[in-house]
Design a protein around this ligand. Structure first.
Ligand code: UDP
Length: 324
């Protein structure tokens, strides 16, 4: 297929690019390299520009006649979104609006959107999120993504555009062959930070809050291996092409680990010790976010292979060591 992939030089986009490239698809990546890296572009042709450049984007979409668009480009850091909301509404909402408009206008009928569990906020009972749980995001990141889901839902009702929104839970680890991994500068994500500690790049880390209503007081998240998440996009693409309908799907394993459990796992798996300080809560954090994971398996036949925190941590650590 001829595919437009935005944000293909970033963490998740590069893993999906790796799978789609291996399958022989004809891919054009639009990425301005603001956070992504050129070395992560293992397949496809690269167009280096910002999605805000609407005229250039339209020219490309018009010329290439893509059959599908996978939209990864965006900003993803919860605390940063609290500090810089406009950046999030620009990068995540405004740029998505233009992209959806142009896809619809130029006949790109299959759209896959990187959505997020942050849409649920603290709304789900016991933090177990079904796709029908109320959507009450508690930070600008989640709100910026929710608006894009709404635009897709409304547009798909009255046009030929079908979409799959994948609501990612906590994506972590690196490609099992270590071809790609997470390179984000100034990373804020837990397993990445702990891996940096284990490789000696950081002297220590903080745990943000131990007064949540969870088993040990620290936040609980559903950590999913990035290759499994990438496969979900391949499955979603097949679903769109064969079924010609839309779906909104959680993408997680269905169980969670606390921050303390994750940090202990990193220390055990890597055999490295490092300093961990408990500090106050971080703005915008929900207590528990766990996917109710059945729908994605039923609807698109997703069968994860790496539901194993030790493996997630090991690949994250090995990738981190390879980077240094
Ligand atoms: N976290 C932490 N210390 C860190 C980074 C993250 O305690 O250095 C916690 C964070 O407060 C949250 C969980 O780890 O409870 C997962 O955060 P992350 O940023 O990895 O993902 P998010 O759930 O915010 O998308």
């Amino acid at each position: 297929m001829k595919i437009l992939l935005t944000g293909g030089a970033g963490y998740i986009g590069s893993h999906v690019l790796n799978l789609l490239g291996q399958d022989g698809h004809d891919i054009v990546v639009v990425d301005n390299l603001s956070t992504g890296r050129k070395e992560a572009l293992l397949y496809g042709r690269h167009e280096e520009f910002n999605l805000e450049e609407t005229e250039r984007l339209e020219e490309l979409i018009k010329k290439e006649k893509f059959q599908a668009c996978l939209h990864f480009a965006g900003s993803i850091i919860v605390p940063e979104s609290v500090e810089k909301p406009i950046k999030y509404y620009q990068n995540n909402t405004q740029n998505s609006l233009e992209l959806i408009r142009l896809c619809e206008k130029h006949g790109v009928h299959n759209f896959i959107f990187s959505s997020t569990a942050a849409l649920y906020g603290d709304s789900a009972t016991n933090g177990i999120c079904t796709e029908e749980s109320p959507l009450i995001p508690i930070n600008p990141y989640g709100r910026s993504k929710l608006m894009t889901e709404m635009m897709l839902e409304d547009t798909s009702k009255v046009t030929n555009l079908n979409y799959v929104a994948l609501r990612y839970f906590n994506v972590a680890g690196a490609n099992v062959d270590l071809k790609v991994g997470q390179c984000s500068p100034n990373a804020t994500h837990l397993i990445k930070i702990a891996s940096e500690c284990a490789t000696g790049k950081r002297p220590g880390m903080e745990i943000f809050g131990e007064d949540y209503d969870t088993k040990d007081g620290t936040c609980v998240r559903d950590y999913i291996h990035v290759d499994d998440l990438a496969q979900a996009h391949v499955d979603a693409l097949k679903f769109l092409v064969t079924k010609k309908e839309s779906a909104v799907l959680n993408c997680g394993y269905g169980h969670g680990y606390s921050v303390k459990e994750v940090v202990e796992t990193v220390k055990r798996v890597t055999g490295k010790d490092f300093e961990v300080k408990i500090t106050g809560r971080r703005a915008g954090d929900a207590g528990t976010l766990i996917s109710k994971a059945g729908k994605i398996r039923e609807v698109i036949g997703w069968t994860p292979k790496y539901d194993d925190l030790d493996l997630i941590v090991r690949t994250a650590f090995e990738w981190e060591a390879k980077l240094s």
